[in-house]
Write a protein that binds this ligand. Structure first.
Ligand code: GLN
Ligand code: ZN
Length: 763
């Protein structure tokens, strides 16, 4: 009998219930007890949704983040909160979210202000975890209470519970040594605590424990590989069976290591690591479970169940009892329930599966393997029909787009002249001062703007009134920019809900869910648009707004677009063609918008690539291939313009060292980046590379309500000027201003413009 299980269920709730419960608790609108009770209800509901599985994950629920939960389980609280007394859950939220200094009596009762834990991307997903903090002196101490409580809850409900924990090697790898000590040196101190944890679980009657070690799909040096031997040797005499879980990629050179560790079973991602499966089966030990993740936990498409069965049936023959099936990874990365989608086009909906539906697919697979395909004939036939309908749909396939893609030549991504020549022509035309000032695109999204947009969407506001409202907002931002004395203006992005959704809504080939929420971090969720078909642009998307904005001023108005790579990386995309192909389709569509803006007299066009770095593959050996097509896509988008047209790009992140060559290869006339918090250190990468084009290192940290002073910004720019020739420098904020208030933005930008003037006079 083939067994089925799940690695993790989305905890945020089908309607983001956990988000609202958390926020109400944080705002003091509900009690601690209400929050706990709500957590219990949600867990019960989610376990019920997983009924029929042989093993159901327990411990995958977290009020904020599963890595932070693990830190608490291991007693590894950041030093700065260790003397906190008071309630454990409140301390947990303090570590997660930070807390400003409190009033004296409150501080005396518990704890003073504290900085939030650092957050970073969970492998190549859009989920972010709280980074564990270490020092050479870190000690661990087991607190299994949370896990044991949830286990007891599950047991009381008759759930076949399989606790889920993060493995010791991955846990260390995820963290950061605050004192630059060697974090792997903590392993000998960590392992006894894991052994204790497993013993506690065994005592609670647990049979299997899922121990996640996803770093096995990354490139590991010998020391880290060795740590796996040490760790699992140490844990090999525990009284529970360990299912070592890997996901998100291929084991590749770590395959032998993973397959031979002394554990009772191994889960692999049979979607992204499909190429491992044959080799694993060939050497699979007789006494071990092999769990194949055959349902994609990273996308929203139905699985081709008949095709999966074709490949699974011989494997099931061979492995018998030893074969388990599961989604490729935790379902944390997909929305909960497709049944909640009432507005989604019926045809497109018939191609999709969210978390609940994916578990339904798993049940069908198990029944087909265990009882024969006839036992689920109706389901398999319906699945085949859906897969074929999608494959052949005229809405997916647009021959004109495929033809345009086939016609791409290297010339398409090539500017007419090199940067130095373009820069002269642009300077003659734009007549910008030294240290030109600009902003990144958005201005504050006031409640009036949001209201107008949502009323227009729901039909309460007619198009004429909506457009009038947006134009008024654009006019306001132009007036403000005139008064501030900025050099290159923006229209402010009032009409945009989101930098990807706005374009997705206007491109053919995109669909939108109502409740397709995915947790990004803590209570924050994103609702990625669904890119289902060949991409085309039926009409201009931004020209009307930008041209209107330009008509109000003599200053250059920057056209504002989102780039193809960012649109790709922040969408659920097709699984029926390579990402590179989808990206180039997006590039061709946005290229048309660039050319239309130029046609309309817009002389400066910014193409945001905020998510370019996010798309880097997990393995460095695959980076170049990604960067090649990502950069080519950007170049196709941007480089059809005349020399006189100035192309900007914008990226808000802090690591450029390893991708600087690719950034230079994009050949934008100016790039604006996020630097204010790094004290300009990340300009080092640009300096060492002799980056030749314009750069605007952000001098205003837009994530903070603080109003930066003129001196502060001058000082930052002076540091920049130590690294980059002043002719190349722009003065601008770190990112868009949409989350700020006008009363913060006006003084900050006033100081910024003054700083630029000071710099012009002194440098
Ligand atoms: N143009 C966008 C804005 O200003 C850029 C946002 C981003 O980089 N995340 O809002
Ligand atoms: Zn940004």
């Amino acid at each position: 009998m083939t067994k089925i299980h799940n690695l993790g269920f989305p905890r945020i709730g089908a309607k983001r219930e956990l988000k609202f419960a958390l926020e109400s608790y944080w705002n003091g609108e509900s009690s601690r007890n209400e929050l706990e009770t709500f957590g219990k209800q949600l867990r019960r509901r989610h376990w019920q949704a997983q009924s029929g599985l042989d093993w159901v994950p327990v411990g995958d629920f977290a009020f904020y983040d599963q890595v932070l939960d693990m830190s608490f389980t291991l007693g590894n609280l950041p030093e700065r909160v260790r003397d906190f007394h008071g309630d454990a859950l409140d301390n947990y939220f303090r570590v997660a979210r930070g807390r400003s200094a409190q009033s004296a009596p409150e501080a005396a009762a518990c704890c003073s202000g504290v900085a939030a834990g650092e957050m970073t991307k969970w492998f190549d997903t859009n989920y972010h975890y709280i980074v564990p903090e270490f020092t050479a002196a870190t000690e661990f101490k087991l607190d299994a209470s949370r896990l044991l409580e949830q286990l007891a809850e599950a047991k009381a409900q008759g759930i076949a519970a399989k606790p889920v924990i993060i493995g010791p090697v991955t846990y260390l790898w995820l963290g950061k040594a605050k004192d630059d000590s060697y974090k792997l040196a903590l392993l000998p101190k960590l392992l006894p605590v894991y052994a204790e944890l497993l013993e506690a679980l065994a005592n609670a009657g647990v049979e299997w424990v899922q121990i996640d070690e996803p770093i096995l799909v990354t490139e590991l040096d010998a020391v880290w590989q060795n740590a796996f031997h040490t760790a699992y040797q140490h844990l090999s005499d525990c009284q529970v069976k360990l299912l070592l879980a890997t996901y998100f990629g291929q084991l590749a050179e770590n395959l032998g290591l993973a397959a031979n560790l002394p554990v009772a079973g191994l889960h692999v991602d049979a979607i992204n690591g499909r190429d491992d499966v044959e080799a694993l089966i060939a050497q699979w030990p007789a006494d071990k479970v092999l769990s194949l993740g055959v349902i994609n936990g990273r996308n929203i498409w139905k699985t081709d169940l008949n095709a999966v069965l074709d490949s699974l049936e011989p494997i099931a023959q061979l492995l018998g009892e030893r074969l388990w099936l599961a989604p490729s990874c935790s379902l944390l990365h997909v929305p909960v329930d497709l049944d909640n989608e009432q507005k989604l086009d019926a045809e497109i909906k018939s191609w999709l599966a969210f978390a609940k539906q994916k578990l339904g697919e798993l049940r069908v697979l198990a029944t087909a393997l265990n009882q024969g395909r006839d036992a689920v004939k109706a389901e398999l036939d319906a699945n085949r029909a859906a897969i074929e309908a999608r494959r052949n749909s005229a809405r997916v396939n647009n021959p004109a787009v495929k033809a345009a893609l086939a016609d791409i030549t290297p010339q398409l991504g090539q500017r007419n002249s090199p940067y130095a020549e373009r820069a002269l022509k642009q300077a003659a035309l734009l007549k910008l001062p030294k240290f030109p000032t600009t902003t990144i695109g958005s201005f504050p999204q006031t409640s009036e703007i949001r209201l107008a947009r949502s009323q227009f969407k729901s039909g309460k506001l007619d198009e004429t009134s909506y457009k009038a409202a947006m134009r008024a907002e654009i006019a306001r931002s132009v007036r403000e920019q005139e008064a501030l004395g900025l050099d290159v203006f923006v229209h402010g992005e009032a009409e945009r809900n989101d930098m990807v959704e706005y374009f997705g809504e206007q491109l053919a080939g995109y669909a939108f869910s109502q409740a397709g929420w995915v947790q990004s971090y803590g209570s924050r969720c994103v609702k990625p648009p669904i890119l289902f078909g060949d991409i085309s642009r039926p009409h201009a998307m931004t020209v009307e707004w930008i041209a209107y904005a330009q008509s109000l001023t003599d200053k250059p108005m920057k056209g504002m677009l989102t780039g193809p790579v960012t649109i790709l990386n922040w969408s659920f995309v097709r699984d029926d063609q390579p990402r590179s192909v989808t990206c180039k389709q997006l590039a061709l569509a946005i290229r048309q918008e660039v050319l239309d803006l130029e046609q309309a007299g817009i002389g400066v066009i910014q193409i945001d690539e905020a998510a370019l770095r996010e798309g880097l593959p997990l393995r460095k050996s695959q980076w170049q291939d990604y960067l090649d097509w990502a950069v080519e896509s950007f170049r196709i988008t941007a480089n059809g313009v005349a020399d006189e047209t100035q192309i900007h790009t914008h990226m808000c992140y802090s690591e450029f060292n390893d991708i600087i060559a690719a950034i230079a290869d994009m050949d934008a006339d100016a790039i604006t980046i996020e630097t204010s918090r790094s004290d300009m250190e990340l300009l080092d990468a640009f300096e060492h590379f002799n980056y030749p084009n314009g750069i605007g290192p952000g001098v205003y940290d837009i994530h903070s309500p603080n109003i930066p002073s003129e001196q502060h910004m001058v000082a930052l720019m002076q540091k920049a000027a130590e690294r980059i020739p002043v002719e190349q420098l722009w003065v601008n904020p770190d990112c868009g201003l949409k989350t700020r208030q006008w009363d913060e933005v006006i003084p900050s930008l006033t100081h910024m413009v003054a700083a630029a003037k000071t710099l012009r006079a002194t440098l």
